[in-house]
Design a protein around this ligand. Sequence first.
Ligand SMILES: Cc1cc2nc3c(=O)[nH]c(=O)nc-3n(C[C@H](O)[C@H](O)[C@H](O)COP(=O)(O)OP(=O)(O)OC[C@H]3O[C@@H](n4cnc5c(N)ncnc54)[C@H](O)[C@@H]3O)c2cc1C
Length: 377
Amino acid sequence: MDFGWSEQQDALRGKVVEFLRDHLPDGWQDIAALSPGSQEVTDFSREFCPKLAEAGLLASHWPPEFGGRDAPAWDHFIIGEVMWEAGEPRGPQYYNVNWIGPTILHYGNEEQKAQHLCRMMQGDVIWCQGFSEPSGGSDLAAMRTRAERDGDRYRINGQKIWTSYARLAEFCFLLARTGAGKRDISVFLIPMDRPGITVRPIESVVGDGDLHEVFFDDVEALESERLGPEGKGWDVVRYSLNFERVGIPRYALALRTLHAAVADLEASGSFTETARLAAALAMSSCEAARMLVYEAVDQRSKSAPGTGIASMARYAVVLAERQVADFVLDWTPHLFVSETNPMVATHHKRAIAAGLAAGAAEIQLNLVARDMLGLGT
Ligand SMILES: Cc1cc2nc3c(=O)[nH]c(=O)nc-3n(C[C@H](O)[C@H](O)[C@H](O)COP(=O)(O)OP(=O)(O)OC[C@H]3O[C@@H](n4cnc5c(N)ncnc54)[C@H](O)[C@@H]3O)c2cc1C
């Protein structure tokens, strides 16, 4: 692959870097080191995202009628790289622009698009994603939450788990069973203040406010809140997961963390040959992951059908993040308590979670075997 950025793409990257310089407050790193679902980061995102929208950088890849300017998929990705490297000032709103919005754009009717995309473009709405259940997150087909039809509405009963951002979310992108068949599922766009929804936080290594259990007790959903045809939720989910798996350029923060560790070793005169080799291996993993992710984005930008590349890229990203986390742990463990670089410890926690969030790493390998190697069904 002969890969290089165009002048226009370089200029865009420069514009986003400058935007961050102008809009991130002193002490931003201490805020960013909390989780994206914390109250502090969420509150900040509500101030930051409207300004990003005003600068044409929140969802430039959307059509003009929903506040975008039909920019190429690459533009949004470049913006995402700079954001993630800086500690993701969009907070939980990265969900909206990376994959929930694009999925609504593809499967939504005109009312749904007008309601949700315009709201996302205001930069103050938080969404959560209700897929995983206690019976298992990998096997979505074993899901138990049911949406029973009742005339022109549904009654939803069940439980979700590991739901990021649920406590502060206004809407849930919810998956529920709508028929007897194994794959008979549908997606609903449900307001989280609907009677019958209970949210319970789960304490976790990824930080305060990130993970939750969500209970649905006879929750009413309108037919107009279903995204796409009834029973076709599997297609919707596959579409959205292809975006989500490579939505976060995780290697960007990993590379920044690696550079911080190397700079620390150099400053103390302890960047030995062995450390140099380990750093080079971690860096090459990040670069390999970056190239695979670019291939997935390239496919998307050409609207090519998914070939499993998103799963392969996701797996490579997980490996690269872990390798950087291990490097820091082996060579510069004192950086975990660094006051000048709080994102180092944050990166480590995110690297631990990366192998599970958005689908377990092993499942990505299964998908690569099926979709790229033609092994099994
Ligand atoms: C930080 C974080 C945020 C998350 N946010 C959300 C969210 O917002 N919404 C949401 O719905 N979910 C969320 N999740 C849940 C996540 O999607 C699930 O953890 C993931 O899908 C795995 O499901 P599980 O935890 O039930 O593990 P399981 O599916 O039970 O898997 C357990 C282990 O078994 C392995 N395994 C399972 N089946 C197979 C197989 N067929 N072949 C090989 N190995 C297998 C898995 O790889 C894994 O290592 C989040 C998770 C994390 C860590």
